[in-house]
Structure formats: C-alpha cells, structure tokens
Design a protein around this ligand. Structure first.
Ligand SMILES: [Zn+2]
Length: 440
C-alpha cells in the first residue's frame, strides 16, 4: 500500500514519482495532517541549506509564477475575478500577450520555464508521434526537455525552487528539477489533475514550510471545466464557477504574501498557457481517413492530435518526403474547418523535428479528432489553434521592480517568463541567449 494521500497505478508520471519516493531516491519532506506531501532529491536538503547560506545578497527576493490554465484574457474583466483583476490593475499588465505554437499546455509551460522555443526545448506539443517508438505519446517525461530551465539556473546559484503542478503530465515533464516538488493529490481520474483547492493549499504550505525563492504553480480547474463543457449554457455555468473559485484562491495567496511580509520583496507573474475555444458538435475535422484514402499517402501518415492542431508525420521513404508534404498540405487545405497547414520547417513556427512534417491548424469553432473521428477528442473545449493565442499576462507584487498601475504595449509571450525571472534574480542567460524577453 502506498502511504501517500493518493496513489495512481500504471505507467504514469505520478506512479513513477511514487516509485522514486519508495526507492529512497527522493525524500518526503512532509505528509502533514492537511495531506500535503512534498519531496526533494535524497540528500538535497543538506546541499540546499549549504547553498542557501552562500546565496547571493538580496535573497529575500521571491518570485511566484501562477498559471491560470486556459483562462481567456477577457474573463479577467468578467466581474467574476476581482482578485485577479486587482492584481493585474495594480501592477504591470500586457494586453497584447499571447501563447506560442502549439497553443497547448505542456509546450507553453516548458517555454515559460526555459525561455526558449520548441525547436530548442524539444517539446512542441502535448502529444507527438514518437518515430522511435512508432506510436503517439504524451510529452510527459522529464527527459523530453532538452535544455536547462530557469529552475536549474537558480538552483545552481543557491536559490530554493519549488514546483506545485496540478496536472500529472506537468508533474512528469518537470520531474525533479525543483529543489522541492509537490506530490499532487488527490488526482481526479480522467481529467488527470488535482483540484485548485488542493493545489493552492499546497502552494501556501510550501511557502510557509520551505519558502522557495521561485515557485511555479499550475492551477488546472479553469481549463478542465472548459474542456468538459458539452453545451453552450452549461459551459458558462461550470466555467464561471471555476473562475470564481480559482480567483478566491489567488486572493488567499496574495493575502498570505501581504500578512507574512513577503509582498514587498515579491513579484507575482500571472498568465495563462493558452486560452479556450468551443466547437460545435458538427464541426469536427478528422484527417486520418483522407490521408489513408490517398493512393500515394495511404498507410504512411501518422497523426498526433492536439485539440485545435494536428501534427502530420510522413512515415514513408525519406526520398519521397517533399512530395508527401505537398500532398498532405493539399488534402488538409481542402478540408472544411482547416485554417492553415504550414510546413513544420517554416521558420516562424520553430517547432523542431518532434512536431513532424506538416502542422494543421483549425478555424475558430472547430476541433480535430484524429486518428479516430468518434473516440478521439470528443470534448468541445479546445485550444492549440490561433483562435486560442490571446492570454492574460500581468506582473503584480510589491517589489520595487514592479511598476504600479501600468500597461505595456509590448507583445509579451509565454516564453518571456524565464528571462523575466532570471533578470529579477540576476542569474544570467543561456549561452545561446533567450528566445523570450525580460519584461521587468
Ligand atoms: Zn493548459
């Protein structure tokens, strides 16, 4: 039996994490009455304490990154989120902010923490066709991120870092990079995430118990309630409840920072990883059958579906790739609901070879369901396509670096988070530079 508050079985990131804890490779720091479990690499505590003693001056600085997963920017003006609105209006806001392709959860969280685009991070989408395995899979392995994150950059300078990630695959892909990691619980089956109430409780406890200099938090409820809506009216009700609830939790977090004297030393970066679009039941695109029906392409195209984006992989002879790409694009572009079908190698995409050969985006109000048009992606709430680019992005907090009541005309992006954090702590930049821009 597992002693942790929740226990998954099977080959999931969470099961792998539990196995590390059981095998003694990670140490449980606390399994308290509140049911909050944090872990750290075995032996890391002593090292962290020694490093902290040698931490650079000014280490009262704190940075908190709160991701309101799937939140649309206009929802902050809905009247349902007074705490988020106050945080935004009191600090520096970026009205033109956006998610980056592919507008999915994992690649954008990875961009936030690496400050690099997917052709460098190795993580272009939630789901890829893994050519080595010969199957599609979720990018949820810690080894999927090929570059340093700002988390490791801070660790090396003696700062403490923490991850409080509500979704199993985020927990998986960030692995044991942070000094301390929340072992999320309870996880809701199917949705694969811990409710925000538990996530925020863990974030508050982590600040009180471990006081990380940087803490990276994913709040998954707004996204999950967006996905699970089936009709235009229940959409709004469930989504509204999630917005109200998550906003109250963010308010609790800000209150804690103020009541414990941390606010004056803190920046609080709030953003979404992508927004959300809802498709009509009859507006579903499935490309697999069209590809298979083509005499040239048939049986040689693999597809990994990512909500509003389909990644197409040519699995035939390399010598025929150019012809195959042309044909895949022709078929995709002739399909109702398809917005665009750029070549993966188009420079502006910067997705890297893991993303295949052709990236197909849908129009607003549509979604992909591949390879099976009935069983894959039956949910109307989706993102990944250009209609879901706009995100809320603002920096609050009482640290003097945060301008008060300011709006920036800059086009801020998810990839800007790591350079902003690195600049705040003064920990330098990667040898080949950031792809994002420090926004403070
Ligand atoms: Zn997301």
């Amino acid at each position: 039996m597992c002693e942790l508050p929740s226990c998954s079985s099977g080959d999931t990131p969470f099961a792998a994490g539990l196995a590390e804890v059981r095998a003694g490779r990670r140490t449980l720091l606390k399994v308290g009455g509140a049911g909050v479990a944090f872990s750290t690499a075995a032996g890391a505590l002593g090292a962290a304490a020694a490093a902290a003693a040698a931490a650079p001056p000014g280490n009262r600085k704190r940075a908190y990154v709160l991701v309101v997963d799937g939140c649309r920017p206009e929802e902050i003006d809905s009247g349902l989120t007074p705490n988020l609105a106050a945080l935004r209006n009191g600090g520096l806001r970026f009205p033109r902010a956006s998610s980056m392709p592919v507008m999915e959860t994992i690649p954008n969280h990875v961009m936030m923490m690496t400050g690099m685009r997917p052709d460098r991070t190795g993580v272009p989408a939630n789901s890829i066709y893994d050519r080595k395995l010969g199957e599609t899979r979720t990018m949820e392995r810690a080894s999927d991120i090929k570059v340093d994150t700002v988390i490791e950059r801070l660790n090396r300078k003696g700062y403490r870092t923490g991850t409080v990630l509500s979704k199993e695959y985020l927990y998986g892909v960030f692995g044991d990079r942070a000094t301390a990691r929340w072992e999320p619980a309870p996880i809701i089956p199917i949705s694969g995430h811990a409710p925000d109430h538990f996530t925020m409780n863990a974030a508050l406890t982590m600040v009180e118990e471990l006081d990380p200099h940087l803490m990276f938090v994913n709040l998954g409820d707004i996204d999950r309630f967006g996905h699970s809506d089936f009709t235009g009216t229940t959409v709004r009700v469930a989504r509204k409840l999630a917005l109200v609830d998550t906003d109250l939790l963010v308010g609790r977090f800000v209150d804690m920072l103020k009541s414990t004297g941390r606010w004056e030393h803190s920046i609080v970066v709030v953003l979404a990883d992508h927004s959300m679009d809802w498709s009509r039941p009859d507006r579903v695109i499935s490309l697999q059958s069209s590809m298979d029906a083509d005499p040239f392409l048939g049986g040689k195209v693999a597809i990994s579906a990512n909500g509003g984006a389909d990644l197409l992989y040519w699995t035939g002879a390399a010598a025929e790739r150019t012809r195959a790409i042309t044909r895949m694009r022709q078929i995709a572009l002739a399909t109702p609901g398809v917005l665009s079908a750029p070549r993966r190698t188009d420079k502006w995409l910067r997705l890297g070879p893991e993303a295949g050969d052709v990236v197909v985006f849908c129009k607003s109000g549509w979604r992909f369901s591949d390879p099976d048009p009935i069983t894959d992606n039956p949910i109307p709430g989706n993102h990944g396509h250009p209609a879901t680019r706009a995100i809320p992005f603002f920096i609050g907090g009482g640290h003097p670096r945060v301008p008060s009541r300011s709006a920036s005309s800059a086009h801020a992006k998810t990839v800007d988070v790591a350079p902003t954090i690195a600049s705040f702590f003064g920990v330098g930049s990667p040898r080949r530079g950031w792809d994002g821009i420090a926004r403070l």
